[in-house]
Design a protein around this ligand. Structure first.
Ligand SMILES: C[S@@+](CC[C@H](N)C(=O)[O-])C[C@H]1O[C@@H](n2cnc3c(N)ncnc32)[C@H](O)[C@@H]1O
Length: 378
């Protein structure tokens, strides 16, 4: 395999030379014998900041490919006592050996196993699950492998089921009813968290989001794992519900399983999806620590984008409601000219933008108040 050395963050990594794997002048990272996607640098950069705050004794990068993620954690975040890197692809495992050495790391353990098999053999304080597509096949094993109050980081690139475009796939993989709704970008993340809570509960454990976001074509979610059947029950009872959107007037709300399915505003039948998680998407204390810390990482190539994302998340995190997509709402209400988002925010007073959608607003003020602003400004 012909290799090329690339720099990302503070590490230099050998990756398959893209020139060797081009088809008709195009390159897709999945065509190379070992996967490296520069488009995921933003995901890795933010994860470097998260891990630097967590300082786990053991880091397990269960689906490592070139090893870049775990190597970056060790070099840029925190020199953990144990760094464990794994990939079931033997070419990847050999490349991880080269990359670990090239970055002067002496004490890494490298495995060439199926991640699920490895996760039932060893325990870790921080586990990274960064698969192709859905993380579902690794939820149970990774939650099981965490030591008390450990963290699991999940990437999910299968937005099509999570956002309700592939409804049967969502039913199959996430055991949730789904439809494409106005705020599906956020609801998809909530369906993923709901699935993780239900899987964890089978092990008498539960999870709470530490930090999460949507970017490009994926969700990234860090959860803290807690043990105890009672905690699992409490989280299910408090935070797992359904979500209803009125197809006629756009009113939206969390609902109970056996709720009335009529919209209280116009009487139309709701479209109901779920189960999904209705709690906070971040731990506020941890988010504050991220905001206080990220400027130490101003060498990162995505620093400006990180700053922008954290600024928006800091503002939107204080609201409990799912965001309203103003352009979708305006089209349901047959309002032809959509008012500028900044004018709506000003009209509402207590509201923010959301990182999930450029035409979204987040507020705990009611539907009527939002409609009043949309109509008065058109
Ligand atoms: C998306 S890539 C990982 C990218 C890497 N984390 C990064 O940041 O560059 C997914 C990797 O998981 C590996 N993989 C897929 N299924 C696996 C399994 N069941 N056990 C272990 N590795 C697996 C693939 O060989 C591939 O290298």
């Amino acid at each position: 395999m012909k290799l090329k050395e690339v720099t990302e963050g503070k590490v230099r990594i050998f990756v398959p030379d893209p020139k060797e794997y081009m088809i008709e002048g195009k390159f897709d990272p999945s065509w190379a014998p070992v996967f490296y996607n520069p488009k995921m640098t933003f995901n890795r950069d933010l994860s470097v900041i998260v891990v630097s705050l967590l300082k786990p004794k053991i880091i397990l990068d269960a689906l490592s490919a070139t090893g870049i993620r775990g190597i970056r954690y060790y070099v840029e975040s925190w020199k953990s006592e144990q760094l464990i890197l794994n990939d079931k692809n033997s070419t990847a495992a050999s490349l991880i050996q080269i990359n670990v050495k090239n970055n002067g790391i002496e004490n890494a353990k490298i495995y060439n196993k199926d991640a699920n098999a490895l996760l039932y053999e060893i325990k870790s304080e921080y586990i990274d699950i960064d698969p192709f597509g859905s993380p579902v096949p690794f939820i149970l094993s990774s939650i099981n492998a965490t030591i008390r109050n450990g963290i699991v980081a999940f990437t999910a690139t299968d937005l099509s089921p999570l956002e309700g475009s592939s409804r049967t796939s969502c039913r199959r993989k996430y055991d949730a009813i789904n439809y494409k709704l106005s705020s599906s970008k956020e609801l998809g993340l909530r369906i993923l968290i709901g699935k993780i809570i239900r899987e964890a509960a089978t092990l008498e454990k539960t999870v709470h989001p530490l930090f999460s976001f949507y970017a490009d074509y994926y969700y990234r979610l860090f959860v803290i794992v807690e043990s105890g059947a009672r905690k699992a029950d409490e989280n299910i009872n408090k935070n797992l519900k359904y979500f209803g959107e009125c197809p006629r007037c756009g009113f939206q709300t969390f609902v109970d399983e056996n709720c009335k399915t009529k919209c209280p505003i116009c009487g139309e039948n709701f479209i109901i999806i779920g189960p999904l998680y209705i709690g906070p998407l971040h731990n506020m204390e941890f988010l504050k620590r991220m905001i206080d810390t990220y400027s130490d990482f101003n060498y990162l190539s995505s620093f400006n984008r990180i700053q922008k994302l954290l600024n928006v998340i800091e503002k939107e995190a204080k609201y409990k409601s799912v965001f309203y997509n103003i352009s979708k709402l305006a089209s349901k209400l047959k309002v032809s000219a959509i008012p500028p988002i900044d004018s709506i925010l000003e009209c509402l007073g207590d509201a923010s933008k959301t990182h999930f959608a450029p035409t979204g607003i987040r507020t705990d003020k009611g539907y009527e108040e939002i409609i009043r602003c949309v109509k008065s400004l058109r």
